[in-house]
Design a protein around this ligand. Sequence first.
Ligand code: AN7
Length: 403
Amino acid sequence: MKYTVRCWECGREVDDPFQYACPHCQGSLSVEMDLSHLEGTSAHDLRSRPLGVWRYGHFLPIGSEPVTLQEGGTPLYNCRKMAGEYGIRSLHVKFEGANPTGSFKDRGMTVGVTRALELGCKVVGCASTGNTSASLAAYAAKAGLKCVVLLPTGKVALGKLAQAMFFGAKVITVNGNFDDALRVVRELSQAGDLYMLNSVNPFRPEGQKTLAFEILDQLDLRLPDRIVYPVGNAANIWAGYKALREWHSLGWIDRLPMFTGVQAAGSAPLTRSFALGDRDFRPVEDPETIATAIRIGNPASGRKALRAVYDTGGVMTSVTDEEIVEAQFLLGRKEGVGVEPASAAALAGVRKLLDEGTVDRDERVVCVCTGHVLKDPDTVMANCGKLLRTEATVEAVRRAIDS
Ligand code: AN7
């Protein structure tokens, strides 16, 4: 695998594997893959390999045996009833909850933790709204690495916290939000305390590219009109765009779908700047939303995400907590698919954009649903009505059924 790590802003090559920003301009980094050996091939040539992250090894900057939990290969559901409810031609859900730790983060972590081993690191760490920490903890366990995770106190869904602790990470909650935790982890990584596996590490989004590759493979390379992502720290939507740009550069596809991002209304810095037509953004100081996964005010990959949206004719929008919960329950009860609130934001965004007329009813849309419903049982219980408890008799149970 030949590749170069470059500053995404100024284009300079960055050789030091322990830099997470450009030493010259502080811009964010990106891996540039040399794909010349794939010229003259097509996406069909990969079809004999099992669906999953490592089907796409040619597009990943890893030369060693990967640390893998068999991530990727998640279902793409054709949600006909949801499509009917929303009044759109076709709506697919890419269900990332089916990954080993229940979120899309596993795609980046298999690459990131393998990279940590290649570099001889002993300690890995991240800041997280929850899913990154759960995923890193699992892959660090598999790799035999020490793992440190920093979480915002009181704002991490129970399932995610339980996973990080279960897999043996050193779990530290900081008094502040995700943006504060990321600042501290950046400093720790610069001081050499740990190898940082947040998505500012350019190897993480490389793994996350495979989410978009899989969507196209599962649609037999019939491009959807639009792919909709929930947006928090903003790396995933950019990774999808980078992925399809790579296939486009090889001539494997002839256009790109419209990359569309959805933020929660209480933490929507990118949506605000999109509305102004800006390519940069101002952070939100006190982000707040029920979708704690995307409760992020200063998205590290915000500028990259805006590029993905502008370059493909997509949009950024935001949805309220009520709209998120409504979409989450509709998907569960119409389709039997359980996703966490942040993931449901993507669906709620589709409904809103349809109602506004921004999304056409004739479009074929794919929603990326990033995490499993079991990640956040508290939100489910708070919105489910109450349990029915009765005497253990047929009569009492019949009364309860009819109530
Ligand atoms: C379910 O775990 O940032 O826009 O620290 O868990 O690439 O950040 C999680 C993000 C969407 C947003 N859906 O993805 C973390 C973290 C779920 C998530 C996102 C996250 P990005």
